[in-house]
Design a protein around this ligand. Structure first.
Ligand code: ADP
Ligand code: MG
Length: 224
């Protein structure tokens, strides 16, 4: 059973004048198999909160822990390995590598973890089938629709069997039909694999599909 805890997390960015306070005393607990939407207007700190939870940014104060491990105590190479093993990311922009095929893109996180094994290759094919891209393995990202690119990005996020999946406006660039497909896939995969899923979005439609909803306003996170 995995657990994410966020305790009294604040984040300030230094500026030439006063430091900019982006997150203020954020608290949150999530367990395996649970999903959560965080909604809030643009500029409220949603992406910053995901970056702190995803160990891409350290908190200015407070603590994030995943399975009772505090990533802030790790050095940079250990932190990169920790992130690669435990956390999957899906962003608004897919960040697929343009020169690589869909299959190669999904395998990228396994290369970072060492050599690509036959097992990883099999899992990549299974995930791409699961997201409906079995017939697009050799396509480059530019040869896909927006919805297909996001589905490839989901497969990539899941290749290392993360315990925590973080999605930042995953449907922000999609039309409504593709957005619904992507949202349903995220939820189905999260339930099948009993991951923790946090989606930040300003789409009420996407938020309404999640089990739990919280609101971030001016860096303050509250139940909705
Ligand atoms: P959201 O994702 O909700 O739109 P963000 O987390 O991206 O909000 O940004 C929240 C605030 O923090 C914004 O005012 C933004 O300008 C500021 N901000 C974000 N990243 C940085 C940074 N690296 N340095 C300074 N300010 C930042
Ligand atoms: Mg954002």
């Amino acid at each position: 059973m995995s657990r994410l805890t966020v305790e009294h997390v604040s984040k300030q960015y230094p500026t030439r004048a006063e430091p900019l306070s982006v997150l203020r005393d954020v608290n949150l607990t999530l367990h395996s198999g649970q999903n959560l939407a965080i909604v809030g207007p643009s500029g409220s700190g949603k992406s910053t909160l995901l970056a702190v939870i995803g160990t891409l940014e350290p908190p200015s104060s407070g603590r994030v822990s995943l399975d009772d491990q505090d990533p802030a105590l790790l050095d940079e190479p250990s932190l990169a390995a920790f992130r690669n093993r435990h956390i999957g990311f899906v962003f608004q922009d897919h960040y697929l590598l343009p020169q690589c095929s869909v299959l190669e893109n999904v395998l990228v996180p396994t290369v970072a973890a060492g050599r690509t094994t036959a097992e990883a290759l099999q899992r990549a094919r299974m995930l791409l089938e699961r997201v409906g891209l079995a017939h697009r393995l050799d396509h480059r990202p530019a040869e896909l629709s927006g919805g297909e690119r996001q589905r490839a990005a989901i497969a990539r996020a899941l290749i290392n069997k993360p315990t925590l999946l973080l999605a930042d406006e995953p449907t922000g660039n999609l039309d409504r039909a593709s957005a619904d497909v992507v949202a349903r896939l995220l939820l189905e995969l999260q339930r099948e694999q009993q991951m923790m899923l946090i989606v930040v979005t300003h789409s009420q439609r996407l938020a309404d599909m999640m089990e739990r909803r919280m609101q971030l306003e001016n860096g303050v996170l509250q139940p909705l």
